[in-house]
Design a protein around this ligand. Structure first.
Ligand code: GRF
Length: 187
């Protein structure tokens, strides 16, 4: 049986689209069954509609506490029989309420533990690091601190920020689906 995956996103959703397409084109052991987004006007909703993936808006600002917000998310995930949560550009810090219910994977645009937080690409670019890259990891209670599943890097010598951003996204799109698949097979 394929694992039922929900993707959480807040913005553009290019990784979401790759996950949907790649899991449809190959048997990766999972299918994307739902999109959860915390921003009403996020571009990712255009993608979910075009791709025919059920989506829901659940906004943190509509709840008194983050715990109530995450409990609402959990109710939604349970109603869709979700087995695994994947964060792809989800800009909200997850708390133990959700972590204790679901295994959660994240993609981050730096070579963790270097440059956690919201500006992974710019912080990496502005550092003296010779390599830039991406990390796929399991989510724990910290910000971008959970166990690392895979990392991919490139030599950033002499390249512009724009080129570095393109390379980061290429690495994300090439690897995320495959590594989710491996994680599912090994766990
Ligand atoms: C990616 O760079 C990801 O690493 C980070 O947020 C970005 C999301 O991009 N967490 P997109 O919305 O998938 O295009």
């Amino acid at each position: 049986m394929k694992k039922r995956v929900a993707v959480f996103a807040s913005g553009s959703g290019s990784n979401f689209e790759q996950l949907v397409n790649q899991s449809r084109q190959q048997d990766l052991g999972f299918e994307i069954c739902a999109l959860v987004c915390n921003r009403k006007k996020a571009k990712v909703f255009e993608r979910s509609e075009r791709l025919g993936i059920e989506s829901t808006y659940i906004g943190l600002k509509n709840f008194e506490t983050k715990s109530e917000y995450e409990q609402e998310i959990i109710r939604y995930l349970k109603s869709k029989d979700i087995d695994l949560v994947v964060l792809a550009g989800y800009m909200v810090i997850i708390t133990p309420v959700l972590i204790n219910e679901y295994t959660i994977l994240n993609i981050h645009p730096s070579l963790l533990p270097k440059h956690p937080g919201k500006q992974g690409i710019i912080d990496s670019y502005n550092s003296k690091d010779k390599e830039m890259g991406i990390t796929i990891h399991q989510v724990d209670e910290g910000v971008d601190t959970g166990p690392i599943i895979a990392q991919y890097s490139f030599d950033r010598t002499g390249i512009t920020l724009e080129k570095a951003e393109v390379r980061v996204h290429e690495l994300e799109h090439e690897n995320f689906a495959k590594d989710i698949s491996k994680f599912i097979k090994n766990n």
